[in-house]
Design a protein. Sequence first.
Length: 134
Amino acid sequence: MAQEEFVTHKLMIVDDSKLARMAIIKVLDALHPEWSRVEAANADEALRLVREQVPDIALLDYNMPGKDGLALVDAVRQLNPDISVAVISANRQVEVINRARAAGATFLAKPLTTEALQEFLASAVKQQRERASR
């Protein structure tokens, strides 16, 4: 087995809904039980976690009180430019999707499916490996 298979990642889940965070964790545990995770209910908590825990992958809810997920992408990237980010939302308007992509984030629709999360995580891991090999 390649050494890369044993690499674990730290994933940050930011959503004001505890139920939404629990649903993501359930899927994440099925896909990557060895990964660590941190949770935040709002942008302020998320920024503190980025500073203290240095996650390498982030799932950000779009619609939160205060700073929304799109604004949070920029703030997170200022602290950790190499973080892989997905914005998650039930709002599937083209404008929201395009703004997420323009911010350098992947857009994932709610309800989040196992397949969509798995595809995003595989892409994030690939990007991180490519950055590490440079």
